[in-house]
Write a protein that binds this ligand. Structure first.
Ligand SMILES: [Fe+2]
Ligand SMILES: [Fe+2]
Length: 498
């Protein structure tokens, strides 16, 4: 039988649409799930994603990627890479696998929404591949984390995290429930495919896989590369939908979706990627600072794309640029100090050489964040470890789920951005987090951060109860990843000075 060439059937197949006769169109594509922007049906006819693939090609390519990644893993499995890895790299792997795996799994159903409720045939087609991609991402994360399970219990969090109320998990859920799981398919595509995947997963996967390759972690680097190549394809669902929104006079709505999702992702990736790149990656294997990566990927490439589309930089750009210099440094302090609340074994990453690097990349670091580390160093050197693990809970932003922080030192400030809504006071870590709440208060009202749960007596009010509430078994609670060896250079320096 003669076979049709791909180009002879592809466009027809990928754009298949039909007029329903047995159900109403509104029942087939309910507004809340398909398109809250009330675009006319024929608006979606022009949906055209730039990266086209057939199912046959898709399966072949994915198989090749998996074979590649699993072969690297098998070839290196008998080495003692993990045992010999620097403590910072171990912390990075533990944090990544615990924090990212369930997001991959969640994305399976998020794409499912695009497959079922997307109004463009091409979008449904691409979203189907997207769900399959995310299933593979979940599997590869779980499988590779499993290899390390015998080395550290932290890797159990690849599986366990979503069933807990750990503070990091609460924060992730709040963000990704918002942009991935509770929006109509059109808004989802802008917020997840465009803002989250085009911009931020690039950062975590491209930048981190480069660091991993330099560090010699070829298993992790290959895994990240196979995922990134899927992202490069399925993230392209977002841009055609943005164009459709703009062409139909919905520029204001499109801008707002972008502004909200960009900030929400920023607040997740700043601590995740920022700490991994600027503190956990061993100094000799760092190529760029987190800020430099962000400047290249975001300030340059992503913003140029936004402007080409006819949109603007988010209104809070100046606030973002300030945050880029500070937020992850402040969170690194909090993450290390509150280490028993994390499943990974955090490292400070503030040796004298690392501080020089931080000062060079972030001028003023020593006078600000460095002064807090100086106090910590004094306490560790004096054997006062109790002073390095605070008992009181920090104030937590009711949008990002992260500690309210500022810049320490002479110019120090921590600002709370409160808002009263229906008899309750909410606290936010920035003007932007508060602005997001104000855009749709009913979406966010009622959320209880970990501190809210504590204050309202959802859990008994002592530190041990909080750890139990977060499902942190005693042997899972984070400790210092170097067993405080990091402080030894300072002991020697002081010995010399004395
Ligand atoms: Fe993914
Ligand atoms: Fe993805």
């Amino acid at each position: 039988m003669a076979m049709l060439k791909t180009e002879e059937w592809y466009d027809l197949a990928r754009q298949t649409n039909w007029t329903p006769r047995y159900v109403d169109k509104q029942d087939l594509f309910p507004r809340e799930l398909s398109d809250l922007h009330d675009l006319p049906d024929d608006a979606f006819d022009v949906f055209d994603e730039p990266y086209k693939v057939t199912y046959r090609d898709y399966v072949r390519t994915q198989r090749e990627k998996d074979v590649g990644a699993y072969s690297v893993r098998a070839a290196l499995a008998r080495g003692r890479f993990y045992e010999n890895a620097a403590p910072g790299w171990k912390a990075l792997l533990q944090l990544h696998f615990g924090g990212a795996t369930f997001l991959e799994y969640g994305s399976v159903s998020a794409f499912g929404r695009g497959t079922r409720f997307g109004k463009a045939g091409g979008m449904r087609n691409m979203s189907t591949f997207g769900s399959l991609d995310e299933i593979r991402h979940t599997q590869v994360h779980l499988r590779f984390a499993y290899d390390y399970l015998g080395k550290s219990r932290a890797f159990d969090w690849a599986h366990k995290a979503p069933r807990t109320d750990n503070w990091v998990v609460i924060s992730e859920r709040h963000t990704f429930d918002d942009i991935e799981h509770t929006r109509d398919a059109t808004s989802f595509a802008v917020m997840t495919n465009f803002a989250f995947e085009t911009c931020f997963t690039n950062l975590q996967f491209v930048a981190l896989s480069a660091d991993a390759a330099r560090f010699g972690d070829h298993t992790f680097a290959t895994m990240l590369q196979t995922i990134q190549s899927d992202e490069a394809r399925h993230s392209q669902i977002g841009e055609p939908l943005l164009r459709i929104l703009i062409e139909h006079g919905k520029t204001v709505e499109a801008q707002k979706l972008l502004d909200i999702s960009f900030w929400r992702c920023w607040k997740q990736f700043s601590p995740l990627s920022g700490i991994c790149m600027d503190y956990y990656t061993p100094l000799e294997h760092r190529e760029h600072s987190f800020k430099e990566f962000m400047q290249e990927w975001v300030s340059d490439q992503f913003i140029r794309k936004i402007i080409d589309l006819g949109l603007d930089r988010p209104w809070y750009w100046d606030i973002f640029l300030e945050d880029l210099e500070t937020f992850h440094h402040a969170q690194q302090l909090g993450v290390w100090l509150y280490r028993p609340t994390g499943w990974w074994h955090a490292v400070p990453g503030v040796s004298p050489e690392e501080r020089d690097w931080l000062e060079q990349k972030y001028p003023g670091w020593n006078e600000t964040f460095g002064t807090v580390w100086d106090v910590i160093i004094d306490n560790v050197l004096e054997g006062r470890l109790d002073r390095t693990i605070p008992e009181p809970m920090p104030m937590i932003c009711n949008m990002s789920g992260f500690e309210l922080t500022g810049v320490p030192g002479k110019k120090g400030k921590v600002v709370d951005y409160p808002l009263d809504y229906k008899g309750r006071r909410y606290h936010f870590g920035s003007e932007v987090d508060r602005w997001i709440f104000q855009q749709e208060p009913e979406r966010y009202a009622g959320h209880l951060s970990l501190v809210d749960r504590f204050a309202r007596g959802v859990m008994p009010q002592n530190a041990e109860a909080v750890l139990q509430y977060m499902d942190m078994a005693p042997e899972e609670r984070g400790t210092d990843g170097t067993n405080y060896a990091w402080v030894e250079p300072y002991r020697r320096l002081r010995g010399k000075a004395a």
